[in-house]
Design a protein around this ligand. Structure first.
Ligand SMILES: NC(=O)c1ccc[n+]([C@@H]2O[C@H](COP(=O)([O-])OP(=O)(O)OC[C@H]3O[C@@H](n4cnc5c(N)ncnc54)[C@H](OP(=O)(O)O)[C@@H]3O)[C@@H](O)[C@H]2O)c1
Length: 252
């Protein structure tokens, strides 16, 4: 299938680690997209850019950015537009799980909501006016499960992303802009290694919770993200799609 992505441009956040953001950046580059990659750790980003270049694709633009900083969304959007010419595709992959005790202080809630929802929304809104003008755009949010196991700020933040993205997709449809969210189940990454540090703990969890019987590879999620980013997915918007080896327990 020709995904018709050659010549498009993309900004991918959370691309510094060997996880979801990096895999999506690499797959977009493989499809002929010029990519900018963002996160806090510049050294890691530069390594990712070199790996993608060494594989024979256009070298990604590296943009160091800390999403805790309130100025980052505007600054990052401007830098990406400046370096890429325009941003056709935004992949919001920065974020992470935040399990907390029920009596955690308000600052803990604010921190988790900040990186997983507020800055994601602000960055998206900073890029939308130019997408509206060019009458084309793709927003892909990497969110998470809607089935909380305990109190976790990320669950609340990702649910906020789903609700906001649905409303936004209804407003943006007329401009040729789609907004979709992908829910990873257990995809190998830096934070997954922290949460499930041993092969044995991963095997035990997989046998108990994942019908596919294993953790997913980042590339298995990236395939869907790249399709959603493509012109061929123009009739898919406002959705929340799991990539979880069947881990989600409920039909709806
Ligand atoms: N892997 C899974 O199975 C799974 C499950 C549920 C949800 N998710 C979601 O999927 C997304 C990607 O997860 P992952 O597992 O691939 O994560 P990961 O390997 O831990 O990577 C997280 C990325 O986010 C960036 N990031 C974190 N805080 C940031 C900040 N303040 N400013 C800028 N960048 C920041 C990190 O870069 P720096 O540290 O260099 O800034 C890193 O590149 C996350 O939103 C996560 O919540 C993943």
């Amino acid at each position: 299938m020709d995904l018709q992505l050659t010549g498009k441009t993309a900004l991918v956040t959370g691309a510094s680690t060997p996880g979801i953001g990096r895999a999506i950046a690499a797959e977009l580059a493989r499809e002929g997209v010029t990519v900018a990659i963002a996160a806090r750790r510049g050294e890691l980003l530069r390594k990712v850019a070199q790996e993608i270049k060494a594989a024979g694709y256009a070298e990604p633009v590296v943009l160091e950015a800390d999403l805790y900083d309130p100025a980052t969304p505007e600054r990052l959007a401007a830098a990406a537009c400046d370096r890429l010419g325009r941003v056709d595709i935004l992949v919001n992959a920065a974020g992470g799980s935040r399990p907390i005790p029920f009596d955690a202080p308000v600052e803990t809630w604010e921190e988790g909501m900040m990186v997983n929802f507020f800055r994601l929304r602000e960055l998206t809104h900073a890029l939308l006016p130019a997408m509206i003008q060019s009458k084309w755009g793709r927003i892909i949010n990497i969110t998470g499960s809607s089935e909380p196991r305990n109190v976790n700020v990320a669950n609340a933040a990702k649910a906020a992303v789903h609700a906001w993205a649905k409303g936004l997709s209804r407003d943006m449809g007329k401009y040729g802009i789609t907004i979709n969210s992908i829910q990873p189940g257990r995809i190998k990454s830096e934070q997954m290694t922290r949460q499930h540090p041993t092969e044995e703990s991963r095997r035990e969890f997989s046998q108990r919770e994942i019908p596919a019987g294993r953790f997913g590879e980042p590339g298995e999620l990236a395939d869907l993200a790249v399709f959603l980013a493509s012109p061929r997915a123009g009739y898919i918007t406002g959705t929340v799609i799991p990539v979880d080896g069947g881990m989600k327990r409920f039909a709806f």
